[in-house]
Write a protein that binds this ligand. Structure first.
Ligand code: KIV
Ligand code: ZN
Length: 387
């Protein structure tokens, strides 16, 4: 990749996202989501973990067969059997990728029972094996953030020497903060021979609510692939949310002078569909895609956006494919919002009738949490009947 301002979007909704307890998707749902991700412009789709189950293998194989533009990636642990199985599934793609990983931090080394030197040998052997199948190999140092810095440099150097083309630096337990996320990428770029030939990826979890900030900090330091999921779906507190990083890059070009290939107008529909098929509702105040993300109820805010939408909105609802109104009618709404809302519904009232409806509207809003269009129409009918 020659354009150093282009950030690749690697979506792992179908792998890390689906690993959230209760988020299992059917074969057809996975195919549908993969097609939508491909159409949206996601660069790499991590379609699953082929050795995990027959179902995962079939899903990754079918997604690979049906892929159009995106690279299709499968996950495998650091052993030859996993990698063989992964290749069998992704090989059908126009652009296949094998992703292999091993936990490199002291606690993860304890689990695999490998000492530092044995792990180096394992990394070299497995990445070489993957490269014999495929030109596009991603290697991840699971729990990289809690790995000793010198050892992290050694494992990354080994994976590059063995032929990895993307090196992923995951914050597996959502432990890091933006300054550290950036510092690690900077250090690897400075210290590891061959680091300038490969792409560094950032893969953050949201345990401290930092996933988006940490991913953006890593990009500022030189990472050029962000791993993320739709709605931030993922184990525990989830992964970096695709819609957040993509919109942050779009909205703050001044601080983040990068581009992605994402068609942002497809975000809202895909967010809703992933919520439906995963069974995970999107919280109302979720950034970018929450039900309230573009809604204004207070009179001051409503008056502001009616006069100049930029007073309280930093992005346009249409940018994420949202067409619904951004005014919520409630007890904090003012006369200007009521007039505008009624006009949208086809009622242009004279001042005295508007005053009358406004008084009734406020009384209703004190009793009722949400005021629907039908409530407003009923208020107008009452007002007309009383005059
Ligand atoms: O969080 C993590 O470390 C992972 C790896 C498998 C990349 O999901
Ligand atoms: Zn993860």
């Amino acid at each position: 990749m020659t354009d150093n301002t282009r950030v690749l979007i690697f979506d792992t909704t179908l792998r890390d996202g689906e690993q959230s307890p209760g988020a299992t998707m059917t074969h057809d749902e996975k195919l549908e989501i993969a097609q939508a991700l491909d159409e949206m412009g996601v660069d790499i789709i991590e379609a699953g973990f082929p050795i995990a189950s027959e179902g995962d293998f079939e899903a990754v194989s079918d997604i690979a067969r049906n892929s159009k533009n995106s690279v299709i990636c499968g996950l495998s642990r650091a052993n030859l059997k996993d990698i063989d199985r992964c290749w069998e599934a992704v090989k059908h793609a126009r652009r296949p990728r094998i992703h292999t990983f091993i936990g490199t931090s002291p606690s993860h080394r304890g689990i695999t029972n490998l000492d530092q030197d044995q792990m180096i040998e394992r990394i070299y052997q497995t990445v070489t094996h993957a490269r014999n199948y495929c030109e596009d190999v991603q290697w991840s140092a699971m729990d990289a953030i809690r790995t000793e810095r010198d050892y992290l440099c050694r494992v990354v150097e080994t994976a590059i020497k063995a032929g990895a083309t993307t090196i992923n630096i995951p914050d597996t337990v959502g432990y890091t903060l933006p300054q550290e996320s950036a510092e690690i990428i900077r250090m690897l770029l400075e210290r590891v021979p061959g680091a300038d030939r490969i792409i560094f990826a950032t893969h953050c979890h949201n345990d401290l609510g930092m996933a988006t900030a940490n991913a953006l900090a890593a990009v500022s330091a030189g990472a050029r692939q962000i791993e993320c999921t739709i709605n931030g779906l993922g184990e525990r507190a989830g992964n970096t949310a695709l819609e957040e990083v993509v919109m942050a890059i779009k909205v703050r070009r001044d601080l983040m002078p990068y581009t992605t290939g994402i068609d942002t107008t497809k975000i809202m529909n895909l967010s809703r569909r992933v919520s439906q098929v995963s069974g995970f509702p999107v919280q109302f105040n979720k950034a970018v895609v929450g039900k309230n993300a573009f809604l204004h109820e207070s009179g001051i805010h409503q008056d502001g956006v009616l006069k100049n939408v930029e007073t309280f909105e930093i992005m346009k609802p249409a940018d994420i494919g949202l067409t619904e109104t951004n005014i919520a009618m409630g007890k904090h709404s003012g006369r200007a919002a009521l007039r505008s809302k009624l006009s949208d519904l086809g009622f242009d009232l004279a001042d005295n009738q508007l005053n009358d409806v406004f008084v009734r509207f406020k009384a209703l809003a004190d009793r009722k949490k949400e005021i629907y269009d039908e409530d407003l129409v009923a208020l107008i009918s009452d007002s007309t009947a009383n005059t």
